[in-house]
Each structure stands twice: as structure tokens, then as C-alpha cells.
Design a protein around this ligand. Structure first.
Ligand code: DAK
Length: 255
């Protein structure tokens, strides 16, 4: 049985973590299968947005503790977990995390590595690694500090405390909180809105926003300028502007 179920819904790729017996813990197989699915969809022009989901009660309870317990230092360097994060960061298609239930440790980091997070009112986020004698290794310290500020990130990482969806929303960690039964539908709805936008501009816009985390303001502004110029060179922007002037719906072709 596959540990990640993949499905295409129109222009949206839906990857569902599927290890319910282990609370969707991210085993080496999950990391491999998820990275493979994301890369395949990223190379498929028909897939315009990707949703990564868990189940009602668990998004993912973190990296697989049983697997990590048996690994030494050298094994960890070569683990699929280590290779996974840069592979995910290289995906140009927008990624939405659809979170219900626990998103802990590597599960929280997986959500944070997505471009947006839609959370059920029953979602809980946390970085409990400290309780195991380790620290977050999938980007948690850096992404939380950038998103929430140093003080709040420090508290979550040093205590391992879990926060509710509403707390996460108040801190700016999630885009929106949904009713318990609506988390997947609202995630897919958001993905479909993005999927209707001109795909080249979407990828350029994603790259431009991500540059804000990577560079100084001057560096980010100059990247934005170059990406804007690329958008100006697309057929889709000619179509978009022409359609506006002619008062009709644009037909974007991804060129
Ligand atoms: N790993 C393996 N198995 C897990 C697991 C996990 N993270 N979480 C739960 N399970 C398994 C349990 O062992 C149990 O298995 P059985 O005993 O039934 O065989 C089953 O799932 C049900 O668990 P519980 O009985 O505990 O279920 P509850 O509903 O009572 O509690 C829970 C659910 C999610 C609150 C609880 O299971 C829990 O606290 N789990 C551990 C959460 C945690 O500490 N997560 C952080 C893991 S460390 C790296 C990048 C990233 C990372 C590492 C390296 N590199 C780039 C190298 C990330 C590290 C982590 O995430």
C-alpha cells in the first residue's frame, strides 16, 4: 500500500499522506513517494496547483521516531528526510497544506514548507522535537522565526508546546481556519482559484514572494523587477490585458 495517495482533480494535484496507523509519521517511504509525486506534477503543465493533505485527525505526527531511533549520525546524513526538503523547495508549482488534526515536528515543517496553509478548526501545530532530545531539522526554527518573530518561535521550539488552529491564525501561521468538515474542500477551492490564473505568472509570482525570505529588500526588489519583466514577455499577459480592454474573459495558455 502506498504511503502517499495521489489524485488529479482537474488542474489540481492532491497528495494525501496515508500512514494512519502511525499518525501519518513521515517515514523514509513517505519522503520518497511525496518528493517523487511533487516533482512529477511540477513537470506536468496540466497541474497548476498542488494540495498536500493528511486525514481528519492527523496531518502528520512528525518524522518517524522509530526510524530515527535506529539511525546514527552517518545514516542521518544520507536519510531520505535530508534529501526531501531541498527537493520540495525546488517545486515551482504553488503548494497548499490542508491541515486537520496534528501537524507536529516534521509534519508542522511540511506545512510550513508549503506556500499556504488552510487549517481545520481541529488542527494543532507544534515542534515537540525538544522533548525527544533533538531540535527541528526540516526548517522549523527558520520558518517559524521568520513567520512569527524570534520570541514566539523560541517559545514553541524550546517548550514543544502545541498551539490550536485559532492561535496559529492569530500568529499569522495559517491563511485561514475552516469548520471541521470543510478543511479539504476549502483547500481545493483555493487551489482551483490559483489554478485558473495564468500559470507562468503564478510561478514567477511565487518566486518573487519567496525572494522576500531569502534576500535584502534591495535584492528582493531587483529580483521582483526581473521577474516582472519576464511576465511582460509572456503571451498570457498580452491576452490578459487585451481581454480586459475588450471586456471579455481571458484564455490563458501558459505561454
Ligand atoms: N513516529 C513514529 N510513530 C508514531 C509517531 C511518530 N512521529 N507518532 C505516532 N506514532 C505511532 C505511535 O507509536 C503509535 O504506534 P503503535 O503503538 O500503535 O504501534 C501510533 O502512532 C499511535 O500513537 P499514539 O498512541 O501516541 O496516538 P495518540 O492519538 O494518543 O497521540 C500524537 C497522537 C501525535 C499526539 C502522539 O502520537 C505523538 O505525540 N507523537 C509524536 C509526535 C512527535 O514527537 N513528533 C516529532 C517527531 S521528530 C530532518 C528533518 C525533520 C525531522 C528530522 C530530521 N532532517 C532534515 C534530517 C523531524 C523530526 C521530527 O518530526
Amino acid at each position: 500500500m502506498s504511503t502517499v495517495l495521489t489524485e488529479i482533480r482537474g488542474p489540481v494535484g492532491l497528495a494525501t499522506l496515508n500512514r494512519p496507523d502511525a499518525r501519518n509519521a513521515l517515514s523514509p517511504e513517505v519522503f520518497k513517494e511525496l518528493a517523487t509525486a511533487l516533482e512529477a506534477w511540477d513537470g506536468d503543465p496540466e497541474v497548476r496547483c498542488i494540495v498536500i493533505a493528511g486525514g481528519d485527525e492527523w496531518f502528520a505526527a512528525g518524522a518517524d521516531i522509530r526510524d530515527m531511533a535506529s539511525r546514527g549520525f552517518q545514516d542521518m546524513l544520507d536519510s531520505p528526510s535530508t534529501g526531501f526538503w531541498p527537493r520540495m523547495a525546488a517545486v515551482r508549482t504553488p503548494l497548499i497544506a490542508a491541515v486537520s488534526g496534528y501537524a507536529l515536528g516534521g509534519g508542522c515543517e511540511l506545512a510550513l514548507a508549503c506556500d499556504m496553509i488552510v487549517a481545520s478548526e481541529r488542527a494543532e501545530f507544534g515542534q515537540p522535537e525538544i522533548l525527544l532530545g533533538i531540535i527541528p531539522g526540516g526548517g522549523g526554527t527558520q520558518r517559524l522565526a521568520r513567520l512569527l518573530g524570534k520570541q514566539r518561535a523560541m517559545e514553541l521550539v524550546l517548550t514543544g508546546r502545541r498551539i490550536t488552529a485559532l492561535e496559529a491564525e492569530a500568529m499569522g501561521l495559517v491563511n485561514r481556519v475552516t469548520k471541521a468538515r470543510d478543511w479539504l474542500k476549502e483547500s481545493l477551492d483555493l487551489a482551483e482559484v490559483i489554478a485558473r490564473r495564468p500559470p507562468l505568472a503564478v510561478r514567477l509570482a511565487k518566486q518573487a514572494v519567496l525572494a522576500a525570505d531569502e534576500t535584502t529588500l534591495a535584492g528582493g526588489l531587483s529580483q521582483e523587477r526581473r521577474l516582472f519583466e519576464l511576465a511582460m514577455a509572456t503571451e498570457d499577459r498580452v491576452e490578459g490585458m487585451q481581454a480586459f480592454i475588450e471586456k471579455r474573459k481571458p484564455e490563458f495558455r501558459g505561454r
